[in-house]
Design a protein around this ligand. Structure first.
Ligand code: NAD
Length: 536
């Protein structure tokens, strides 16, 4: 049984997927207890949304503050869960997860009154005296799936957007970061409204069962492979999706960085080695000339020694691979490379440890270039020019981020104009994600849609177009030309009314307010002159 009649008899959502070899086939959870929990949660959330609970901006603000309270009162538990999941260093947990979410909450709190306001738009002559605006509607009950690599950030930031925009939500943390998953399941119901927000735990089977239900939006963070499954399942109900996916984000570096090579390498390696390379926007590989490759490797040896001292394995500043399955995948990519390991290369399966590793002279067909590495290994592919690098990038899928390290404006401009990526960061890595006002998202294989800041509110809102008219008889007379019987003269009158005119660019409210202020100023001046002439 499902909550939607459409899904009662239709279990075809996986059929197309199973026919495509690139999709892993997953059994749908047959667990009745799970189905009961799921359906209860959906019905409660739908009921709450139907009662307009989340339409109140005060309610949204209250829930955002409660979410922040949840984080503040359990700060160390979050740090502990992240450490237990993948020995995430405290600094990374604080900066890239916990404080990141708190800042996101504050951003929404600071702007929510501005975001919810209807947005008035320009109009043509035909609607000059009407009110035309965009009204932001919450979608309803949304489903949020998150990935394991930043389990706090990529679950809570979408939730912050969903709450700010006035939705109810079912949220499924990743089962892979199991300590953090358990913490969410325990804590969130203690702080958030229990009708509107529900944590549902489970893995692929449960996720597949969830996708059989109708939601008003699905927000998914994860791999492109599973992203396609989600997209397919959502298509059955024409449900809008936001897909935050991954891929291979390239770095191009040229000789113009000159004496700044060490700083550039520091920024690239930090972006690669944070969270042991398990970052969706981590630099995946480097493109540079053979000469720059030599300078890069020399600097990289010093930088890694500086970051982690004698042995990265003993450093408290370096995380572990999340589990043996991912360790084996990364280890296999490394063991099959035909490139030359010039830094690192050590691995330890018992500890899920992969050393910070740089591999030089990697070819495009190398194992390391076939899939997103998602680990602390940086391959270098040599190219002879920026144009060759651009062609190389364009032969692959559109990346989540393109990193350009160059002091040449024309090189930067060429990459910007000729490559397509979710974001581009020039002379640094990862920091683009810290600018809350910038959209965060991919393009093509790296994702659909974006969020963060105002874009989070927009991602979880439907922009409803509204035109409001009254019954003014003069305007009705002018527009009556649209009614049958159609005549040539009426057609000509209408053509004039709908034609683009300079007046279209006038903002009626602003124009009237300027005209009023000007008129008031003029009247005051004339009154002054009159009083002066008469009485002085
Ligand atoms: P994943 O695709 O394996 O899992 C993501 C979510 O989907 C999890 O909640 C999981 O339970 C669920 N899931 C797994 N199999 C499923 C199935 N068959 N049907 C339905 N749901 C299923 O991804 P992951 O391994 O957790 O994360 C790594 C990937 O996520 C990388 O590609 C990384 O680049 C990407 N990522 C992207 C962003 C971003 O913001 N763009 C952020 C973090 C991670």
């Amino acid at each position: 049984m499902t909550t939607d009649s459409l899904s009662e008899t239709d279990s075809t959502c996986l059929i197309n997927i199973e026919n495509d070899q690139s999709y892993p086939s997953v059994v749908i959870s047959q667990d009745d207890a799970f189905s009961d929990t799921l359906l209860q949660a959906i019905l409660r959330a739908r009921d709450a949304f139907g009662r307009n609970v989340t339409r109140s901006v005060d309610f949204r603000i209250d829930q955002l503050k409660k979410l922040r309270k949840c984080i503040d009162e359990n700060y160390e538990e979050f740090v502990g869960a992240l450490k237990a999941d993948f020995r995430k260093p405290r600094m990374e947990s604080v900066i890239t997860e916990i404080e990141y979410v708190k800042n996101d909450i504050q951003y929404q709190l600071d702007h929510i009154h501005e975001y919810v306001k209807p947005q008035h738009v320009q109009k043509g002559l035909a609607n000059f005296f009407d009110d035309a605006y965009v009204h932001y509607d919450p979608y309803g009950v949304v489903l949020i799936f998150s990935a394991w690599n930043y389990p706090v950030q990529v679950l809570l930031c979408p939730l912050v957007g969903a709450i700010a925009a006035g939705n109810c939500a079912l949220i499924k943390p990743s089962e892979v970061a199991s300590n953090t998953e358990k913490l969410f399941a325990k804590l969130l119901p203690q702080y958030l409204d229990q009708d509107c927000y529900h944590v549902i735990t489970g893995g692929p089977e449960e996720a597949t069962r969830m996708l059989q239900e109708r939601f008003d939006l699905v927000f998914f963070t994860g791999s492109p492979v599973v992203g396609k499954i989600v997209y397919n399942a959502a298509a059955k109900f024409m449900t809008p999706v936001i897909l935050e996916l991954g891929g291979k984000s390239p770095v191009y570096i040229d000789e113009s960085v000159g004496s700044q090579m060490t700083v550039a390498v520091k920024r690239i390696l930090w972006g690669k080695l944070v969270n042991a390379g398990q970052t969706c926007i981590a630099p995946d590989y480097v493109l540079c000339s053979p000469d720059v490759q030599d300078k890069f490797i020399k600097a990289a040896k010093e930088v890694i020694a500086d970051f982690y001292k004698t042995d990265p394995k003993l450093s408290e500043s370096f995380a572990r691979i999340i589990n043996v399955k991912n360790f084996d995948r990364i280890n296999s990519l490394l063991s099959k490379t035909t490139g030359k390991v010039v830094i690192g290369g050590e691995t330890d399966r018992d500890e899920c440890y992969v050393a910070p590793t740089v591999v030089a002279g990697v070819s495009s067909s190398d194992s390391l270039m076939r899939e997103e590495i998602f680990g602390p290994i940086l391959p270098i592919v040599t190219v002879d020019s920026a144009d060759e690098a651009i062609a190389y990038v364009n032969r692959g899928e559109k990346p989540l981020t393109m990193y350009i390290f160059s002091n040449k404006k024309d090189v930067v401009d060429r990459f910007l104009a000729r490559t397509s990526s979710g974001s581009t960061c020039i002379n640094d890595t990862l920091m683009q994600a810290c600018v809350h006002a910038l959209p965060f998202g991919g393009v093509g294989n790296s994702g659909i849609g974006s969020y963060h800041g105002q874009f989070s509110f927009a991602a979880f809102s439907h922009s409803k177009a509204v035109l409001a008219k009254d019954y003014n008889p003069v305007l009705e007379f002018l527009a009556a030309a649209r009614y049958p019987p159609y005549t040539e003269s009426n057609t000509n009158r209408l053509k004039l009314l709908i034609a683009k005119s300079p007046l279209d660019n006038l903002n009626m409210r602003k124009t009237l307010s300027y005209a009023f202020t000007f008129g008031l100023g003029l009247a005051t001046m004339l009154a002054g002159v009159f009083i002066y002439n008469k009485y002085v």
